[in-house]
Write a protein that binds this ligand. Structure first.
Ligand code: BO1
Ligand code: ZN
Length: 260
């Protein structure tokens, strides 16, 4: 297991060998059981204020497809909900499966969605991203579930049409003028809890904001995502699929809901 991944020889079951935090007490993702969540009427609504001009590039790093944003100043920020102050958007990426029955990291009442979109923000009071991930209130991730249905999500087009240009590991393409808030579902209802990065080293610095309402994508759109490769251009072909970590122990944590 020289580098971590999602295969049996380097996958989630083995991450703790090189990254002991992976066995911590506040790991993500988790399974949410709606009967166990606490409605909290004091939870405010959240607001994203994103500058389309902050979008920079899209890349395939062999583990996910990521869109990177300029985070050198408070340009695209997330506020409200369980958060204090403004958190800066740094990147978004996805986790997905090899079929529609799995792919999400968080599981809701036993339901695994086909994919999960993560919008990653950091708290600028900690100076930079590296500093933020050492702090319990360092990072805020908005999670959006993708389910497969008859209706494509036109707002996913920009990302999916770039997949052609970043087929293999290490490929990167310009990705300019994109407002990721077009990907949000209608409802702002969310669950929140404190957890970790879902990839090594799995630091426990994340306020998770998981949106209740999934967005719908078509089967063709999911197929495009699954057409990415985890190999580099000069290596044997290997599809980039099933890049999700399964649920981790809740260990007494409380999940709060903004809705009844
Ligand atoms: S996620 O939203 O928990 N799936 C997630 C996972 C990894 C990152 C962001 C969100 N980013 C990575 C960066 C690395 C950094 C690492 C810290 O987080 O790409 O540069 O070192 O664990
Ligand atoms: Zn993620």
């Amino acid at each position: 297991q020289s580098v971590w991944g999602y295969d049996s020889d380097n996958g989630p079951e083995r991450w703790h060998e090189n990254y002991p935090l992976a066995k911590g007490d506040k790991q993500s993702p988790i399974e949410i059981n709606s009967k166990d969540v606490q409605h909290d009427s004091s939870l405010a609504s959240w607001h994203a204020s994103y500058d389309p001009g902050a979008a920079k590039t899209i890349l395939n790093n062999g583990r996910t497809c990521r869109v990177v944003f300029d985070d050198t100043f408070d340009r695209s920020v997330l506020r409200g909900g369980p958060l204090s102050g403004a958190y800066r958007l740094r990147q978004l990426h996805l986790h997905w499966g090899s079929c529609d029955q799995h792919g999400s990291e968080h599981v809701i009442d036993g339901v695994k969605y086909a994919a999960e979109l993560h919008m990653v923000h950091w708290n600028p009071k900690h100076g930079n991203f590296a500093g933020a991930l050492k702090q319990p209130d360092g990072v805020a991730v908005v999670g959006i579930f993708l389910k497969v249905g008859p209706t494509p999500k036109p707002e996913m087009k920009r990302i999916l049409e770039e997949i052609e240009n970043i087929k293999t590991k290490g490929k990167e393409a310009p990705f300019l003028h994109f407002d990721p808030s077009i990907l949000f579902p209608k409802s702002r209802d969310y669950w929140t809890y404190h957890g970790s990065f879902t990839t090594p080293p799995c630091e426990e610095c994340i306020t998770w904001i998981l949106l209740r309402e999934p967005i719908e994508v078509s089967s063709d759109q999911m197929a495009k995502l699954r057409s990415l490769s985890k190999n580099a251009e000069n290596e044997p072909a290997s599809p980039l699929v099933d890049n999700w970590r399964p649920p981790q122990p809740l260990k007494g944590r409380i999940v709060r809901a903004s809705f009844k």
